[in-house]
Write a protein that binds this ligand. Sequence first.
Ligand SMILES: N[C@@H](CCC(=O)N[C@@H](CS)C(=O)NCC(=O)O)C(=O)O
Length: 237
Amino acid sequence: MIAKTPIRLYDLALQDDRRPSPFCWRIKYALAHKGLPFETVPVGFLDIPTLFGGAQKTVPIIDDGGQVVGDSWAIVEYLDEAHPDTPRLISSPAERALCRYLEASLFLSTLLPLLEFCVKDIHDHAFEKDRAYFRSTREKRLGRTLEEVAAAQQERRATVRTGLEAVRYMLKTAGPFLSGASPGYADYMVTGFLLWPASVSRVPVLAADDPLLPWLERMQDLHGNLGRKSPLYAVAG
Ligand SMILES: N[C@@H](CCC(=O)N[C@@H](CS)C(=O)NCC(=O)O)C(=O)O
């Protein structure tokens, strides 16, 4: 039998092999969920435009034996289609709708506050060569200096915590996982959002008694401790 070439996942990397990208995290979980062998290729911000002739502007990007796919949602759809003999990530139209709704909800409630919470920490952990690019693009996007944004870190943290209220409610009323009886892509999406700040911020994003923690611990344990495989600060405290 010919051994299958591992899928290559281009994964955003900072100093000390920190891996912050929430979108790359969800794809690491997605690949593990499907039991597909994969290896990550660490890339800094300025490496991304040099990949595949600059065809992709962001990571995650996967290379599955020469089939190159970018954008986390497109990757999930590709993986389910190209590997039909593995557990599905999206197993029904209802699960698809749940994940699309969750994506919209996370984007509206927590993406920006999370970015603001940890943007200066990402900069400080980025490779020296990436810092000026990261600073100028993020300052343009946020309309303030990184230092001004970081000065409001406590307020942003409060916004993030409130923004996760629907996730807490859903786990409490319909758990043990967002996807139901077993973990699925909805769980991977939220897990990625929480491992993102923890990969760079010494200030924990969640309170020590946040009801999300038992679920998050279980998520980090999954797939051979996948959620602890790169350096993290405390998620809660
Ligand atoms: N919609 C994309 C978003 C991916 C994304 O924003 N990736 C960020 C890292 S978290 C990136 O590659 N940024 C490159 C840059 O800012 O130059 C997805 O779902 O994959």
